[in-house]
Ligand binder design. Structure first.
Ligand SMILES: Cc1ncc(COP(=O)(O)O)c(C=O)c1O
Length: 436
């Protein structure tokens, strides 16, 4: 409150910490305003366009005034059917599209509102960390308690969940999973999901799996769906997104599938809060799921190529990294001799001296300290430029490793064009945005 302002926020606002990425964001905006060409590996905001067929369908449907009305809040029946068909086709899972599928305004909105429906004061939610911030803050905003479980190998991770369930009273109500994981790139096996479902039954907690990076997988890896586990829909739900697979991040469309009671609860709370997704976008979403498998494959090739160029280049400048097998990020320890610096301080150094923006690990929770996240959202030419700039600044890295130079990127949007576009929105950058 300043001066004689009458503005007083709700107590829950005090639980939302200061914006850890704010300093880097502001520096990036300031540098760009001064004409510096900052290469942005910070935000996981896709730069490539949605598939042509999807954009064409949107343009066609938007001409029809019927699409201008309030949409069907839970999602058009045909879109829900298409989501069910996609689960059948890709995971061999059959879903009742009337009761086990709901559309959301992106998975982030869905997860946030679902936490409002499931969690309240006195409830505890288990969240693996480091974490995509909304996995923690959806519970905090809903008034619940978060217990952080450091991500670990499957056995250790499962035993930590069991220990929490046995030692906490009341025992945890919800477990939030996110595989493939942002920011770390951690993967789940079907065995892990099977064990989680067993634990959920035994200790009576619900499971929310965030499957935003379902299709962004590399080297022949296919990410399993929680719903493939028999009985999974008795204990939980899975969120999907059009943002990453189809480059539709700004369109705001996602979905939730699984347990019908949970879906009903989400529908109820969403019915109070919103009217659903613009119908033209929902119809374009049908086209994405039905006709755009090849576009997804092509986009994933682009990410894999960027990943290879970035990881290879980092190793060449003496920065040891390993390639993620899914997701849009390289998650890496701060290399020696800089490893005693905090991730924020190191991120600022890269921004100030190398004109490269990255996401400091601390932004994903304490367990992320000592790490950085580099997003694969610049084209290979700019990634190479970023590597040259970082190489000049980071003196004293270990001697370069011998690696084979990856091939050229197949095709991508011009990242400078996209940057112009996204810069327009940065003025309103919100506390959670850098974490995308
Ligand atoms: C793990 C994770 N979940 C959800 C989202 C948000 O997805 P959507 O655009 O569908 O809300 C992101 C965005 O970066 C993410 O990384």
């Amino acid at each position: 409150m300043t001066g004689d302002s009458i503005v007083r926020f709700a107590q829950r606002m005090e639980q939302l910490p200061p914006y850890l990425f704010g300093m880097i964001n502001n520096m990036r905006m300031k540098k760009r305003a001064e004409g510096d060409d900052v290469i942005d590996l910070g935000m996981g905001n896709p730069i490539d366009p949605a598939p042509d067929a999807v954009t064409r369908k949107l343009c066609e449907v938007v001409q029809d005034p019927k699409s201008h009305r309030y949409p069907v809040a839970a999602g058009l029946r045909n879109l829900r059917k298409e989501i069910a068909k996609y689960y059948e086709r890709d995971y061999g899972v059959s879903l009742d599209s009337e009761n086990e599928v709901i559309c959301t305004i992106g998975s982030k909105e869905g997860i946030s509102h679902l936490c409002l429906a499931l969690v309240g004061p006195g409830d505890t939610v288990l969240v693996p960390t480091p974490a995509f911030p909304i996995h923690v803050y959806a519970t905090i905003i809903a008034g619940g308690n978060v217990i952080r479980i450091p991500l670990a190998e499957e056995d250790v991770f499962l035993s930590r969940i069991a220990t929490m369930c046995e030692s906490l009273y009341p025992s945890p109500k919800v477990l939030i999973l996110n595989y493939p994981h942002n920011p770390t790139g951690a993967l789940a096996s079907l065995d892990l999901f099977t064990e989680v479902v067993k634990l959920a039954r035994k200790y009576r907690f619900m499971v929310i799996q965030d499957f935003a990076y379902a299709k962004v997988t590399f080297d022949g890896y296919h990410a399993p769906s929680l719903m493939q586990v028999p009985g999974a829909r008795n204990v939980g739900v899975e969120f999907g997104s059009f943002s990453k697979s189809y480059n539709m991040a700004g369109w705001r469309i996602g979905y939730c599938v699984g347990n019908r009671e949970i879906i009903q609860g989400l529908a109820k709370i969403k019915g109070y809060y919103d009217y659903g997704i613009f119908s033209a976008i929902q119809i374009a979403g049908i086209v994405a799921l039905r006709d755009c498998d090849a576009d997804v494959v092509q986009q994933v090739r682009v990410y894999q190529q960027r990943r290879d160029v970035l990881c290879h280049g980092l190793r060449r400048i003496g920065w040891p990294v390993s390639e993620p097998r899914a997701g849009m990020f390289v998650w890496t320890r701060i290399p020696p001799p800089y490893d005693s610096m905090g991730s924020m301080e190191f991120g600022i150094k890269l921004m100030e001296e190398a004109n490269v923006a990255v996401a400091p690990g601390i932004g994903f929770g304490e367990e992320g300290e000592g790490y950085l996240r580099l997003a694969l959202v610049e084209n290979v030419h700019r990634i190479r430029q970023a590597l040259r700039q970082m190489g000049k600044v980071l003196k004293g890295l270990k001697s370069p490793a011998e690696t084979v130079e990856p091939r050229e990127e197949v095709s991508t949007a011009s990242s400078s064009e996209m940057r112009d576009c996204s810069d327009g929105g940065e003025a309103q950058v919100n506390p959670m945005e850098m974490s995308r």
